[in-house]
Structures are given as structure tokens and as C-alpha cells.
Design a protein around this ligand. Structure first.
Ligand code: FAD
Length: 201
């Protein structure tokens, strides 16, 4: 296991970004002092990451997001902490021809010619194949895209599990509302307490 160049990290916000960063830092740099600060005990219900469900998919027009989302999909399937909360149901999107083309191009840029996991269906074909669509309007859609690799995540439970795993590895979770981050002075004023760190995220 690597040791860190910076030996202390302070992360503001224990949503999915803060929580996964804290967990990554502590499991990668075992000697690092990693503190994550949030305004309530975890998982905080005000976080956007705290939800009954989130769609887990890689259909983004922006190639950078698509690439990141493909990595995230791998993690949802392989990471023992996340895997129990990922339900690989597949997803159907109503799309315009332009969006369908952009998404297939994006996938082929990343995964190579013929590597796109999505299947293009006619709207009636999609309704016949997935009766749950019923009379769902699919406004403006000329086609549907089916991606069998996507699904949904039990978001609040996954958030709880990731923070708990980070804490089990030695991350410190502090309850405080951060008032001011003094990035130059490498410290942070949280509810009239000062928390010091070499790196603030
Ligand atoms: C309605 C809705 C639906 C969505 N659906 C999807 C979806 O289906 N699929 C998908 O991939 N994404 C979806 N998203 C986007 C996704 O939820 C966000 O991208 C993600 O949750 C952002 O995570 P975060 O860690 O940046 O922020 P958050 O989860 O909001 O976490 C921020 C944390 O920072 C804390 N905080 C803020 N200020 C302070 C402070 N001063 N002091 C201490 N703590 C502080 C908050 O308490 C909170 O816990 C959806 C978003 C919304 C709003």
C-alpha cells in the first residue's frame, strides 16, 4: 500500500464525491490523516446523494462523463462495498436520432468500433418488448435505446456503506457546518473550531 506525499486531507461534504474521495485516499495512502466534515451524522439526508434510488448509467453526451460513468459502472459491479446496492435492471431511453448517434459514437470512441452496448429499437418495438412502458408518452422520441448494463442504485444505503467503510479504514467523520475555508493558510473554520490539513478538498 502506498504512503501519501501530503499527510493530511480535509474533505468538506460527505456526499458521494466526498465519501468516495475519503475512502480512496485512506485505502490508497494508509498513513494519511483523512477527515471528512459534514453538517449531520452520516448519511446526511440533505445530500443529493441520499436518495431511494439513482439511475446508474453511462449515457452522457459528454465523452468525459461517459468515460467516468463506465468506470463507475465497473465499480458498482465489482466493488464489494457497492455491489449489494446496484440493481442491474437495464435502462430504456426515448431518444431522437441525433442523441442516439451521439451516444453510439461516444461509446465507440471509448470502447472501439462495434463496442457500443446499446441497442436501437423502434418505439413500438420497445413497447412490445417492455410492456411496462405501457402508454408512457416518450415525447419527441423517434427511437428507444436499450442498455442492458445499466440499472439503479439504492443511493442512501450505498452512501452509508461507503462512509462506514472509510471510517472502518481510519477516516475521521466530524459533524460540523463549515463556515470558512482558508485555503492559503491550510486550515478551515468549522463551527468556531479550526481543523488543520495540508490538503483541503
Ligand atoms: C433530483 C435529483 C436526481 C438525480 N438523479 C440522479 C441519477 O439518477 N443518477 C445520477 O448519477 N445522478 C443523479 N443526480 C445527481 C447526483 O445526485 C449528484 O451528482 C451527486 O449526488 C452529487 O454528490 P455530491 O457529493 O457532490 O453532493 P451531495 O450529495 O449533495 O453532498 C454534499 C454534502 O456536503 C455537505 N455540505 C455542504 N455544505 C457544507 C458545509 N458548509 N459544511 C459541512 N457540510 C456541508 C452537505 O450536507 C452534503 O452532505 C440527481 C440529483 C438530483 C438533485
Amino acid at each position: 500500500m502506498a504512503t501519501s506525499a501530503a499527510n493530511s486531507y480535509l474533505i468538506v461534504g460527505a456526499g458521494c464525491f466526498g465519501a468516495s474521495t475519503a475512502r480512496y485516499l485512506k485505502t490508497t495512502y494508509a498513513d494519511a490523516d483523512v477527515v471528512i466534515v459534514d453538517s449531520a451524522p452520516f448519511p446526511n439526508p440533505v445530500a443529493a446523494s441520499h436518495d431511494l434510488n439513482k439511475i446508474i448509467r453511462a449515457e452522457y453526451e459528454d465523452i468525459m462523463y461517459m468515460r467516468l460513468a463506465l468506470e463507475a459502472l465497473d465499480a458498482w459491479s465489482a466493488d464489494p462495498v457497492l455491489r449489494p446496492y446496484f440493481h442491474k435492471t437495464g435502462v430504456v431511453w426515448g431518444v431522437t436520432p441525433t442523441r442516439a448517434r451521439e451516444l453510439v459514437h461516444g461509446y465507440e470512441d471509448i470502447l472501439g468500433q462495434g463496442g457500443s452496448p446499446v441497442e436501437l429499437l423502434g418505439v413500438d418495438e420497445a413497447r412490445a418488448r417492455f410492456p411496462i412502458l405501457g402508454q408512457c408518452e416518450l415525447q419527441g422520441a423517434s427511437n428507444c435505446l436499450w442498455n442492458p448494463h445499466a440499472g439503479w442504485g439504492d443511493a442512501a444505503s450505498a452512501l452509508q456503506a461507503v462512509i462506514q467503510d472509510a471510517v472502518d479504514h481510519g477516516v475521521r467523520h466530524e459533524v460540523a457546518t463549515v463556515a470558512k475555508a482558508n485555503l492559503d493558510e491550510e486550515n478551515l473554520n468549522a463551527s468556531r473550531r479550526e481543523v488543520l490539513a495540508a490538503e483541503i478538498l
